[in-house]
Design a protein around this ligand. Structure first.
Ligand code: AMP
Length: 418
């Protein structure tokens, strides 16, 4: 038997109700904050991610699913959505009428990471981006929105970790100070960090290898090196968050180690997930639109790990699958034929009705109606068809009422309308 690909997974019908609930919650909340949905392809030219995410990141170095298509073009299954959305923003000149754009997309991402609990090779993200706003309010607004999103879903034990990465004016001073420390502890760093240390020392702060974490425990904090503009920006963000009642804590290790990331970076962490504690992450990237060939445009975005959210909520939130308003227990071929057309008419009217398709006893059919949680059962056999009347049973109260079969679909539609 052919199995699915390692690190990939099926989302089975029993789980889908929860996925849909999360999606509906996101869509309603994002709409209230003025975000529009955009849908971008899951495959792009490899170059977009190489330039958009950065050559010396884990993702681009070793995690991308890249292939050469039959025309010899190098294509990659998207490992994240930001680069694609920025490409679309530039390509369709979404800035032409108004550079301010708030966008979101929900869909699968692909990274060839080592599969483990909470980490997949195809996983889903809810990705949100805002273009054209340089001031601190949009930063606070996005983190606030994210906080509300988790609250609405009932994830109370979540905390926003916050840092600022400064800008091309102040970051070089911090890099220099950090490089000084890294040179002293070089032999304690993992091979990746040793290699990256010269080109991108900030990445070392982000490394999850315990010896690296230990080696940089006393590293300077970038917030102590911010220029006046960056400090003011960061202070406004934290002030706004405090006033909005969003719980946060400063985390000097939180870096998005790419050169164009600027100023505010954040991650939402929860202790409900064990080792994979980050359920969302994001930050400002004021340089990326220009790097990818667009007009200089400040921007900020975040991505929520959908699978991890499902994992958290699966333990605490039961989203009920829809239950039929009616089950038609039909006995005999003639009754089944009639029932089939009644079901069709009721489904067309938006009412969920089930029936038995095989030749089953009344007892078996009642059992199935019960298992499905049907609110009512209509029992129809040869005798009912002959008399033109049948019994409609309320499954909760067990009360029975008689219903005439002439025009029964219309009558049931009236009775069962939610
Ligand atoms: P990133 O794009 O790496 O900042 O990730 C944003 C969020 O996506 C993370 O906080 C995770 O919740 C989720 N995520 C990232 N990689 C994976 C993965 N391989 N499997 C499941 N979720 C992931």
């Amino acid at each position: 038997m052919i199995q699915l690909i390692r690190g990939f997974k099926d989302i089975l019908p029993a789980e889908v109700a929860l996925w849909q609930h999360i999606e509906r919650t996101a869509v309603a909340l994002f709409a209230a904050f003025g975000f529009d949905e955009i849908r971008v392809p899951i495959m792009e030219k490899t170059e977009l991610f190489a330039r958009g995410i950065g050559e010396d990141t884990d993702i681009v170095e070793k995690e991308m699913y890249t292939l050469e298509d039959r025309g010899g073009e190098r294509l990659t299954l998207r490992p994240e959505a930001t680069a694609s959305i920025v490409r679309a923003y530039i390509q369709h000149k979404l800035y032409a009428d108004d550079p301010l754009r708030k966008l979101y997309t929900i869909g699968p991402m692909f990274r060839r990471e080592r599969p483990q609990k909470g980490r997949y090779r195809q996983f889903y993200q809810i990705d949100v981006e805002a273009f054209g706003m340089a001031g601190p309010y949009i930063d606070a607004q996005m983190i606030h929105m994210l906080h509300l999103f988790f609250q609405r879903l009932g994830v109370s034990r979540s905390l926003a970790h916050l840092n600022s990465l400064g800008c091309p004016v102040c970051r070089p001073r911090f890099r220099e100070a950090l490089s000084g420390l890294l040179a002293q502890v070089e032999e304690k760093l993992c091979a990746d960090c040793r290699r990256r240390q010269a080109r991108n020392p900030l990445r070392v702060l982000d490394c999850k290898v315990p010896t690296c974490r230990e080696a940089v425990a006393d590293a300077p904090a970038i917030v102590d090196y911010l220029c006046d503009d960056c400090r003011q920006h960061f202070n406004s963000v934290t002030e706004s968050l405090a006033r909005l009642g969003v719980p946060f804590e400063l985390n000097k290790r939180l870096v998005r180690g790419l050169d164009y990331y600027t100023r505010t970076t954040f991650e939402i962490q929860t202790d409900l997930l064990g080792a994979q504690s980050a359920v969302a992450g994001g930050g400002r990237y004021d340089g990326l639109v220009e790097t990818l060939g667009g007009p200089a445009t400040p921007a900020i975005g975040f991505a929520v790990g959908f699978d991890r959210l499902v994992e958290i909520l699966g333990q605490r939130l039961k989203v009920e699958a829809p239950k039929p308003a009616l089950f038609i227990a039909a006995l005999g071929e003639k009754a089944r034929r009639e029932a089939f057309y009644w079901c069709a008419a009721l489904a067309a009217a938006g009412i969920y009705v089930e029936m038995e398709h095989g030749d089953k006893s009344l007892k078996a059919q009642m059992k199935r109606a019960d298992r499905l949680g049907a609110a009512r059962v209509l029992i129809v056999g040869e005798a009912e068809l002959a008399s033109g009347k049948a019994n409609l049973r309320d499954m909760a109260t067990k009360a029975q009422s008689e219903i005439a079969l002439d025009g029964v679909a219309e009558k049931l539609e009236q009775t069962l309308k939610p």
